[in-house]
Design a protein around this ligand. Structure first.
Ligand SMILES: *[C@@H]1O[C@H](CO)[C@@H](O)[C@H](O)[C@H]1NC(C)=O
Length: 312
């Protein structure tokens, strides 16, 4: 690196989602509603689990941590996307762009490991119920959380290491509404073919790897459930079906994204909205939908919140 004409690009320009005023308006209404709803839903789960002592169990603590991640994940790109919808020039600074890439990959990595921890928790609860409390001890939970954040951070730092020193000097237009790493790399004025491959391989490896671990654990759980008596079976299956739905919703778009990288950018944008806006909104609904315990606790917490406000 000779230091001359290095990083002349100081900001990136998003092409955004659409030029049609009507589509932008519909996107604005839906994304804002989904964003507000997912912030409230996930915040309610975190509050409920932490305030209600009936829910102080590994399963619910992991769920609250997933909600925390969803809260962060939905706030990386969508508020800016919503704000940008009606702006003519949708710009982001170079540092802002790097920050988006960093947080997207941290959150993505943490979410994958958390989903694996949640699957392991269900495996122990269903297949080794007598040892549940000794295996899923507070120490085990902390171990899972620390590993999730370490893996997320390492994954993200490795991805960023590929880009921070790239020379940008030509075009700065991204056909997207957020800083999508492969697209940012394509803008560098150097030969990026190998770099694109490394970045795709890194993300592809972590997502396909986690997806297979999850699928295998669900198969083991289902086989075990099938062999044993049907007592508690329907409860196990309803919790498990919620997990499987979330996993398919989260990984479906990701894996599609990384296995058909040259598909249209329209599809890529749609999938990105799906993972950035829709999944964080759906997670709380899916986990509380058929969970009586959670619904009762949520009502209790909501009542408490309302009565605090009327007293004060
Ligand atoms: C995450 O889990 C830990 C324990 O496993 C818990 O103490 C913490 O409150 C959880 N985080 C959130 C945001 O609920």
């Amino acid at each position: 690196m000779d230091g001359t004409n290095h990083s002349v690009v100081s900001e990136f320009v998003f092409m955004g989602l659409s030029n049609s005023w009507e589509i932008q308006f519909i996107l604005f209404v839906f994304s804002s509603m989904l964003y507000v709803a997912s912030v409230m839903g996930n915040a309610l789960i975190i509050l409920t689990v932490n305030l209600d002592s009936h829910l102080h169990s590994p399963m619910y603590f992991l769920l609250a941590n997933l909600s925390f991640i969803d809260l962060g994940g939905s706030s990386i790109a969508s508020p800016k996307m919503i704000y940008d919808l009606f702006r003519k020039r949708k710009v982001i600074t170079f540092d802002g762009c790097i920050a988006q890439i960093f947080f997207i990959h941290v959150i993505g990595g943490v979410e994958m490991v958390l989903l694996i921890a949640m699957a392991f928790d269900r495996y122990v609860a269903i297949c080794k119920p007598l040892h549940y409390l000794t295996i899923m001890s507070p120490r085990m939970c902390i171990f899972f959380l620390v590993s999730a954040w370490m893996i997320g951070l390492i994954h993200s730092v490795v991805q960023l290491a590929f880009v921070v020193n790239l020379p940008f000097c030509g075009s700065n237009v991204l056909d997207s509404f957020y800083c999508d790493l492969p697209q940012v790399i394509k803008l560098a004025c150097t030969d990026t073919y190998r770099l694109e491959f490394m970045v795709m391989a890194n993300s592809g490896f972590i997502s396909v790897g986690s997806f297979f671990i999850l699928i295998i654990s669900y198969i083991i759980i289902l086989l075990t459930v099938q062999k044993h008596s049907s007592a508690g079976l329907s409860k196990a299956l309803s919790t498990l079906s919620a997990h499987i739905t979330v996993v398919v919703l989260f990984f479906g778009p990701l894996i599609f994204f990384y296995t058909w990288p040259s598909s249209s950018t329209h599809l890529d944008k749609f999938l990105a909205i799906f993972d950035g806006v829709l999944t964080p909104f759906l997670n709380p609904i899916i986990y509380t939908f058929r969970n009586q315990e959670m619904q009762v606790a949520m009502r209790r917490v909501l009542r408490q919140l309302v009565s605090y406000r009327t007293i004060s």
